[in-house]
Design a protein around this ligand. Structure first.
Ligand code: ADP
Ligand code: MG
Length: 271
């Protein structure tokens, strides 16, 4: 199949229902999707629309109540820990809250060493591992020597998110899910984080599933967009089609919340 036309992950009728006593909360409601290799796909929706739940099902961290996930053409099977480990070489994530993604008792070097081990580097000489950790930190503009003895909570939000990207640099998954990776960090680190993610995508040929509530950002970075409302995909297609010619009211509303999507800002109107 031609490059970029190969489906690497797809879902059919994916549903997640959370039960709270007698109350049913349908967080994700019969979602279908196809993820093509090497593309950037955005999942856009307001808070509570089910984006993170969908991401967790894709990662295999949450079991779907209904529906199937197909991985490289076959029904995904995560029934043994070996299969799960194999799957996590293929798909990894960066979450909104980087602090929640770490074991707080692991220092930075342990976080990175775990990634090297996961990629089969357990028996590599110490110097080689050190070099790999240094390279990964260099990619995200962090100084490994200054961080090596630190605990995650001693880092700033921006540094933490860069460390998350350094993990991905070592793990080199085929698919990266980035779940609102910039929403909890300061505005000035945001552009840097996005830039690093896009650079990593380009260099490694990764497929990126970008989750955001910011449809303007989705337009800017994606090939393809899925719009989520109350657990359902209400509209999907190329970023141009969906965002420049939205059919659904919900999409139109998300767009109207963004002042200008593709026009230049008119600075002359600002005093
Ligand atoms: P989003 O990421 O788009 O903000 P979420 O996937 O986090 O949306 O949440 C979708 C819905 O599922 C919300 O109503 C949320 O309260 C509910 N939900 C999410 N996680 C859980 C959980 N672990 N237990 C119960 N309800 C949950
Ligand atoms: Mg979320």
């Amino acid at each position: 199949m031609a490059d970029g036309k190969e489906v690497c992950l797809c879902g059919e009728g994916l549903t997640k229902i959370y039960l709270n006593g007698r109350q049913k909360n349908v967080a994700v409601d019969h979602v279908d999707f196809e993820i093509f290799q090497h593309k950037t796909i955005s999942i856009v929706g307001e808070s509570g629309s089910g984006k993170t739940t969908l991401a967790k099902m894709l990662l295999g961290l949450t079991k779907p109540t209904e529906g199937e996930i197909y991985f490289q053409g076959k029904e995904r099977d995560l029934s043994t820990s070996r299969k799960r480990t194999e799957y996590w070489k293929f798909i990894q994530a960066i979450f909104q809250d980087p602090y929640s993604s770490y074991n707080t008792f692991n220092k930075v070097d342990t976080v990175l060493l775990d990634c090297i081990n996961m990629r089969g580097g357990k028996r590599l000489p110490h110097e080689k591992k050190y070099e790999m950790m240094e390279d990964a930190c260099c990619f995200v503009n962090l100084k490994f020597d200054e961080l090596t003895n630190k605990y995650p909570f001693e880092l700033s939000g921006g540094q933490m998110q860069r460390l998350m990207i350094a993990r991905i640099f070592i793990l080199k998954p085929r698919i990266l899910i980035a779940d609102e990776p910039t929403s909890m960090i300061d505005a000035c680190s945001r552009a840097t984080i996005l830039e690093m993610l896009m650079k990593l995508k380009k260099e490694e040929g990764m497929t990126v599933i970008f989750i955001t509530h910011d449809i303007g950002l989705a337009y800017y970075i994606s090939d393809c967009v899925y719009i989520m409302e109350h657990g359902k995909i209400v509209e999907s297609g190329s970023a141009e089609d969906v965002i420049l010619h939205p059919k659904e009211k919900y999409t139109q509303r998300l767009i109207s919340d963004v002042p200008k999507i593709h026009q230049e800002w008119d600075l002359s109107t600002i005093n």
